[in-house]
Design a protein around this ligand. Structure first.
Ligand SMILES: [Zn+2]
Ligand SMILES: [Zn+2]
Length: 461
């Protein structure tokens, strides 16, 4: 098989700056305690409450938010989703009240997503998507001039982000073309699959692109039938999955039970299936109850820092066992990686800027100065080492670089869809609708905006 796109994958740029060093991500709870407060429903805000609860019990995110590192350095005027989440998580986990009102989130709902209204029901997956994007925008405020690869090194991408690889093979001449795309969550088709593992198998099974989806092969110089295979190329620290329960656009719901394990191995769904298992453990899930997608109710199950599972249904927080957790009509599933940062695989397939063996897990609190400096830590590919970019921070004040653009949604970065120096394969001319229909960004405008990011790993460690 002739590999036409080999040079493209090898020539991909490393991020110019690591906005959040992955070795600072702490996957284990820094504080153990009973679960925090429930969340009052302000009318039809259960879809918001479940996502807030699942994010609150995401250990690496909660550890970071509880450290207050963000707000200490935040210069954002007005709406900042990271500041809002920091205050929210603190309030939920520190409050002695049984339930609190998530007022700030509801107040700023329109900044999180224009489609949301406080007195209208919404979709939990849509809210998760928008909340992550809003946090990503907050992390990039003041860094809006970063290259596209650097934008994928915020704490949000370091926690939730991975890369998908799409390999398109011309079935006539066997030429192949690879492209890569960042994701923060994955949407899985469950029409046929009866379990998460089967849905993931289905996800990585090659699909034929023909008819209106056919592509033009530049070698054959005509439209051909091609085969496309999507695989997980780099695993995230937190793997977030939506089981697509909308049967169609009418609101009809796929209500069947889809089995999901407490421990999930992502290795079989990787581009490289050889190697150690990549184990994940379930720590939160969102359930939709109701006969259609247009009505019903959302509640969730989360594992608190004390290791116990709780059913969280708006104001109520009730202890439950793992057996109850694994028997739900799950809609969203949250899995946390069990692989340590020193794990070679986590180094090569985990996140940007993590050369595995050379950096160890560092969960300790650091001084503000060190934290600022670490934001400017860069991987020097020529010398195969980390170095500090002293031009990126102000030595005398220890302050982050000043914002160069005003706050706002103008420079919003949608996951994997922002323009940038991506490496689109020159071998294929995608025709309309030949979109990535299987990844988390399915609701965004399709294809010609399909974006490819190819990473380049350090050649030696
Ligand atoms: Zn902020
Ligand atoms: Zn061909």
């Amino acid at each position: 098989m002739e590999k036409l796109a080999a040079g493209i994958a090898e020539g991909m740029a490393l991020p110019q700056r690591i906005l959040f060093p992955p070795q600072k991500i702490c996957m284990d709870w820094q504080q153990r305690q009973r679960p925090g407060a429930g969340l009052c429903n302000l009318g039809s805000t259960c879809y918001i409450n479940v996502i807030l609860q699942c994010l609150t019990y995401t250990p690496p995110l909660a550890n970071y938010l509880l450290s207050r590192d963000h707000s200490q350095l935040c210069h954002q005027q007005g709406f900042c989703m990271m500041c809002i989440m920091e205050a929210h998580v603190r309030k939920v986990l520190r409050s002695s009240a049984n339930a609190i009102w998530p007022r700030a989130v509801v107040r700023d709902l329109k900044f999180i997503g224009e489609e949301f209204e406080p007195d209208m029901a919404g979709d939990a997956y849509e809210f998760l998507r928008c909340a992550l994007e809003a946090m990503q925008r907050a992390c990039l405020s003041g860094s809006s001039d970063e290259d596209i690869s650097s934008q994928k090194t915020t704490i949000i991408h370091q926690i939730f982000g991975g890369f998908l690889k799409s390999r398109v093979t011309c079935l006539r001449c066997q030429a192949v073309s690879d492209s890569y795309k960042a994701f923060l969550h994955v949407l899985l088709d469950i029409k046929a699959p009866s379990s998460l593992n089967k849905a993931l198998e289905n996800f990585v099974t090659p699909k034929n692109l023909d008819g209106k989806y056919c592509l033009k092969c530049s070698k054959c110089e005509k439209k051909v039938t091609a085969s496309k295979r999507v695989t997980v190329h780099r695993v995230p620290k937190v793997f977030t999955v939506c089981l697509e329960r909308a049967a169609d656009h009418t609101g009809r719901k796929i209500s069947k039970i889809v089995e999901y394990p407490e421990y999930l191995d992502l290795r079989p769904y990787m581009s490289d299936t050889a190697g150690e298992p990549l184990l994940y453990s379930l720590y939160a899930l969102v359930v939709h109850s109701g006969d259609t997608c247009l009505d019903g109710h959302f509640f969730c199950y989360t594992k608190a820092s004390n290791g116990q599972w709780y059913k969280m249904d708006d104001e109520s927080v009730d202890n439950c066992g793992i057996h109850a957790v694994l028997r739900q009509q799950a809609y969203l599933l949250f899995y946390a990686s069990q692989c340590g940062a020193s794990n070679d695989q986590a180094g090569s397939a985990g996140t940007y800027g993590q050369p595995g063996r050379t950096m160890s897990m560092d969960c300790q609190r650091t001084s503000a100065r060190e934290r600022i400096q670490s934001r400017s830590l860069q991987w020097d590919n020529d010398h195969c080492r980390w170095f500090m970019n002293s031009t990126d921070f102000n030595n005398s004040t220890g302050r982050k670089r000043k914002r160069s653009t005003p706050p706002g949604r103008d420079h919003a970065v949608k996951d994997g869809t922002a323009s940038g120096p991506f490496n689109r394969s020159c071998q294929w001319s995608p025709v309309p609708n030949a979109a990535w229909t299987v990844c988390g960004d399915h609701r965004l405008p399709p294809v010609s905006e399909e974006e490819e990011l190819v990473e380049k790993k350090p050649s030696t460690l």
